[in-house]
Design a protein around this ligand. Structure first.
Ligand SMILES: Cc1ncc(COP(=O)(O)O)c(C=O)c1O
Length: 404
């Protein structure tokens, strides 16, 4: 019997690989100083670690450009705000979907209200998939950006970003991707998918701590800074430097957060080395790609087991992708007509199962599937470190509640 069964990795992954905790602690103790602001040895070491992390992440996402275009922020919300407000101007048009997290929906709503920006919201089918052709049809001469959530944080459906990216590139529209639910789970490739700005958060699949996120900006794009200030370089200049990362990194970055991401990148590479068929001397990207296959396979196995069990129970409604459709390890259900939060509380109190219940910051997903009245859905998201016991406990908990 465990103290708790953690199935809330879509909110944040827990636990992290052990090396993330130890490296953050050691790095912060020994080199927790302001990087780049001073020439002393400790500052140089902090800067070296940060630059190496930019390089690893550039490789991880197959950026193929200057690693200084890997920009650190506080989280994905910060990145999405900076990317959208830095690319979209008054009277522009933007295309997004009805599956977005509020970190996209609210900035674009504000733009529509305050900047006369036209916003088109692409509808989804009952499983949660959007049709890439709908983006092509929605493009107008004013369309500046397409911004899409790669995988829904409510339903787990994974969108066909290769097709959407191709349509955007052909039309000369910038493609901004929210990878919150996929970075560290699916093998992401900025080149293959024509991604112009890839936004990520550090504390989910990338196994970093909270308080660190970022974006990778392609060589063909320049984002106008919306936050300006100290950079530690070119201090005499009255305006923000144009060069990356300083263009978008104003103020002191989270050295402990970046140290966490650094250790996590090495953890992915080590996991890659343990996979069959990986050659000695393989690149960071190749190692991480092999690791991600293992992560994805394990997570999808967990979620399909849960989905199968829930589908077979009377009184349990399962939302989102049907079996075998492209998905990540996030699954929403409801039990009879019980409010979702009540089910979440019962799972926690009676079965020690940690899930998230509610609207998950994606209100339109619930409007479209009729779950607003039930206070949203109960969301299960087993991560890489979940095991069969976690899955079994969740199944028994829901069975118990459904049988009432
Ligand atoms: C799809 C999606 N986008 C954006 C976010 C925002 O991430 P953060 O809170 O780390 O900024 C989340 C977090 O739950 C998410 O799931």
């Amino acid at each position: 019997m465990k103290e708790q069964y953690y199935l809330d990795n879509a909110a944040t992954t827990w636990p992290k690989p052990e090396s993330v905790y130890t490296h953050m602690d050691q790095f912060f103790r020994n080199y927790g100083v302001n990087p780049g602001r001073a020439g002393h040895e400790m500052a140089v070491e902090a800067e070296r670690m940060i630059t190496e992390t930019r390089r690893m992440l550039a490789d991880f996402f197959n950026h193929q450009g200057d690693p200084h275009r890997v920009v650190f922020t506080q989280n994905a919300t910060d990145s999405l705000n900076m990317a959208l407000f830095g690319l979209i101007k008054p009277d522009d048009h933007v295309i997004t979907t009805r599956l977005e997290h509020n970190s996209v929906t609210r900035p674009t709503n504000h733009m529509a209200r305050d900047m006369n920006v036209g916003v088109t919201h692409i509808q989804r089918d009952t499983q949660g998939y959007v049709d890439p052709e709908d983006f092509r049809k929605a493009i107008t001469p004013k369309t500046k950006v397409i911004v899409v959530n790669h995988a829904s944080n409510v339903l787990g459906c994974v969108q066909d970003i290769a097709a959407i990216g191709k349509i955007a590139r052909e039309a000369g529209v910038l493609f901004v991707l929210d990878t919150c639910q996929t970075a560290g789970v699916l093998d992401l490739d900025m080149q293959k998918n024509c991604i112009d700005v890839l936004t990520f958060t550090g504390h989910k699949g990338l196994f970093g701590p909270m308080g660190i996120g970022g974006m990778v900006v392609s060589e063909n794009v320049d984002i106008t800074p919306s936050r300006v200030g100290g950079t530690g370089v070119d201090s005499i200049a009255p305006y923000q430097p144009d060069v990356y990362p300083f263009r978008l990194e104003a103020g002191t970055v989270s050295v402990p957060g970046i140290a966490g991401l650094h250790a996590a990148q090495k953890w992915f590479a080590d996991l890659g080395k343990q996979q069959d068929g990986v050659e000695d001397g393989a690149s960071h990207k190749a190692l991480c790609s092999a690791a991600l296959k293992a992560v994805e396979a394990r997570e999808v196995e967990h979620i399909e087991k849960l989905a199968d069990a829930f589908r077979s129970m009377d009184g349990v409604k399962v939302y989102g992708p049907e079996k075998g459709q492209p998905r990540v390890s996030t699954l929403s259900i409801n039990v009879h007509d019980l409010p979702a939060d009540q089910v979440g509380t019962m799972l926690d109190a009676d079965h020690y199962v940690c899930v998230r219940a509610g609207l998950h910051c994606a209100p339109w997903v619930h409007e479209d599937q009729g779950t607003v009245e039930q206070n949203g859905t109960v969301r299960f998201s087993p991560g890489y470190f979940a095991d069969d016991e976690d899955i079994q406990q969740a199944v028994e908990g829901i069975k118990d509640i459904a049988e009432g």
